[in-house]
Design a protein around this ligand. Structure first.
Ligand SMILES: Nc1ncnc2c1ncn2[C@@H]1O[C@H](COP(=O)(O)OP(=O)(O)OP(=O)(O)O)[C@@H](O)[C@H]1O
Ligand SMILES: [Mg+2]
Length: 273
């Protein structure tokens, strides 16, 4: 199982789009078992997958220790056209943030790693019923903030993917993102799988920021860039996986190439992660 946090403190760069599209490609094209975690009180990922948190099944419950660590209680199946499971969120997740700031003992800073351990233990259990709950990939959609929940995801995930757009402010913000990741992780920037350029339009990159990103040595930038495509907005509004909504659009093709690049980088030759 590989766990991946998708993070940038800049808003609107495509974190949620990357989580859902990557999850859908892994599940639909590769038959991987995928869990997504909505770690953003905006709840955009949950809206996309059409899942509202019920009492007891949300990321808030995960962090506030509402349950014994029986992770299957938290997990809902997303809509049927994408075989992806989800731990949903809504605005109530801000309560976790408030609790963390008040140093309320109920806030479990290790909720993510506890969950990952529980999933791994369950997958290893000899009981056949439990085995089907093993996941190949867990993708975490972070909020555009250095929240305590984001920090927990950044600290505990195996990999971090940083979506970015090639406008000047977004690129300037990258140094801050990397600094925060350094603070959150013991292994510094080693876990950054890569910076993923999104909404790319050659004509809109007059400052050559793509070249800058590729030349800087602090963190890798994925070879694949995701081109800007109106279909992404429409697929998101309809709650349909992009690869089903418009399989041939530039962004769908780019996301498929990106997932292939990511898997090759991580040595997943379509076997178990
Ligand atoms: N490649 C793309 N082409 C065109 N539009 C895109 C692309 N990627 C994302 N978008 C659109 O940009 C908007 C923001 O994307 P998204 O919600 O994924 O960003 P985010 O980083 O998760 O935002 P937030 O920081 O608010 O959580 C959405 O309307 C989405 O449909
Ligand atoms: Mg988002």
């Amino acid at each position: 199982m590989r766990t991946i946090a998708i993070f940038n403190h800049k808003g609107g760069v495509g974190k949620t789009t990357t989580v859902s599209t990557m999850a859908d490609i892994l599940a639909i094209d590769y038959g991987k078992r995928v869990l997504v975690i909505d770690a953003d009180p905006q709840g955009n990922l949950s809206m996309f997958y059409g899942v509202e948190p019920d009492e007891g099944n949300s990321t808030l419950d995960l962090f506030m220790g509402t349950h014994e660590p029986v992770y299957s209680d938290w997990i809902s199946s997303a809509r049927t056209d994408a075989p992806v499971d989800i731990i949903p969120s809504d605005t109530a997740l801000v309560q976790a943030e408030a609790a963390a700031l008040k140093e309320d003992a109920r806030f479990n800073r290790h909720a993510m790693s506890d969950l990952f351990r529980a999933i791994r233990e369950d997958a290893d259990a000899p009981d056949a019923d439990n085995r089907q709950s093993a996941y190949d990939y867990v993708l975490i959609d972070c909020s555009p903030a250095f929240s305590q929940v984001s920090l927990a995801a950044l600290r505990d995930a195996d990999d971090i993917i940083v979506p970015i757009t090639t406008d000047l402010f977004s690129t300037m913000g990258m140094a801050t993102v990397l600094k925060q990741i350094m603070r959150a992780r013991k292994d510094g920037l080693n876990s950054v799988a890569g910076v993923l350029v999104n909404k790319y339009q050659r004509v809109e990159d007059p400052n050559g920021l793509l070249t800058y990103l590729r030349n800087q040595k602090a963190v890798p930038t994925f070879e694949t860039v995701i081109r800007k495509s109106k279909k992404v907005v429409s697929a998101g509004a309809d709650g349909v996986p992009l690869i089903k909504f418009s399989p041939r659009c530039a962004a769908a093709r780019d996301y498929r190439a990106f997932v292939a690049e990511y898997m090759a980088k991580k040595g997943d030759r379509n076997g178990k992660a």
